[in-house]
Design a protein around this ligand. Structure first.
Ligand SMILES: Cc1cc2nc3c(=O)[nH]c(=O)nc-3n(C[C@H](O)[C@H](O)[C@H](O)COP(=O)(O)OP(=O)(O)OC[C@H]3O[C@@H](n4cnc5c(N)ncnc54)[C@H](O)[C@@H]3O)c2cc1C
Ligand code: FES
Length: 258
């Protein structure tokens, strides 16, 4: 795990309240794995006090890119950063996805900003010769981010693009129409979506990894503030920041109010 100040090389608005930010860190870029995240201190003041976690969106020639939605104070500050400013970053953090397992087809599923961890995963799976189908859900079409992804199936809540409905409904239809496939599922998004994906994986008996977003304080396993319930061991809880954010779906239970 590294902690340093890295120069920002790009910041762009790419959708409604959606931004990408790139910084240069060859040492972090060579260590990081798909599914891991970084923890950013957005300014020097005590507001906001805590670092903000972001998935690794894209890695290219010593540069790391994140994708984020401006939902509160921290992300608004981040969206106002300028090129050549230095960013206070800790990372890479957390456990990565399994991108070289015993499977030939990967089904990638994301809702909302969960899409942020898929491009880097796509690169890694492609390098391992694994076929990919990607299922993306968003509220509306200008919230969709499809760059760097492969074979994208789109669902929007308002029907402005692609399937009119949820990404979970679209995925279920796809599985019913493609009965012979034996994929591995990778899913990132809000807890209700992940709970449903986990149930679908169980029903079809497909291996599945979930990347969980939880509100975090320390981000490094100290404060115990990001528990997720375990179902496979005597240990009752795991920590999203240290034991995750990626978990085998059979090992955890995502509660309705998570
Ligand atoms: C491992 C991990 C990876 C993440 N990766 C990304 C990413 O790649 N791109 C991205 O846009 N966001 C990502 N997030 C979420 C991101 O960290 C939060 O959106 C950010 O911390 C919000 O900070 P803020 O100061 O702007 O908002 P705040 O003022 O802290 O919060 C604004 C509102 O959003 C809610 N909120 C804050 N964090 C979350 C969360 N994690 N889940 C649900 N609601 C939340 C708060 O309860 C509040 O209602 C990730 C979170 C985790 C844990
Ligand atoms: S955020 Fe502190 S232990 Fe996970």
């Amino acid at each position: 795990m590294l902690h340093n100040f890295y120069p920002i090389t790009e910041i762009s608005q790419i959708g409604e309240n959606i931004f990408t930010l790139t910084f240069r860190s060859p040492e972090m870029a060579s260590e990081v794995r798909p599914g891991q995240f970084i923890n950013i201190r957005v300014n020097d003041s005590s507001t906001p006090l805590l670092r903000r976690p972001f998935s690794i969106y894209h890695v290219d020639r010593g540069k790391i890119q994140i994708l984020f939605n401006t939902i509160g104070g921290g992300t608004k500050i981040l969206s106002g950063k300028n090129i050549r400013e230095f960013l206070d970053v800790i990372g890479p953090l957390g456990k990565p996805f399994t991108s070289n397992g015993n499977f030939k087809l990967a089904i990638l599923v994301a809702g909302g900003m969960g899409v942020a961890s898929l491009p880097f995963l796509t690169t890694s799976l492609t390098n391992h010769g694994i076929s990919i189908e990607t299922f993306l859900g968003a509220r509306t079409s200008n919230q969709l981010v499809t760059k760097y992804l492969k074979n994208v199936h789109i669902a929007t809540d308002d029907g402005s693009e692609g399937y009119h409905g949820t990404v979970v409904e679209m995925l279920l239809e796809y599985f019913r129409q493609n009965k012979s496939i034996r994929p591995m599922i990778f899913a990132c998004g809000p807890p209700p979506m992940l709970r449903k994906i986990s149930a679908i994986a169980d029903d079809f008996n497909f291996p599945c990894e979930l990347s969980i977003e939880s509100v975090m304080a320390c981000g490094i396993g100290i404060c115990q503030g990001c528990p997720v319930e375990r179902v496979d061991s005597e240990k009752k809880y795991s920590l999203v920041c240290k034991d995750g954010p990626v978990f085998n779906s059979k090992t955890i239970r995502i509660k309705a109010d998570d």
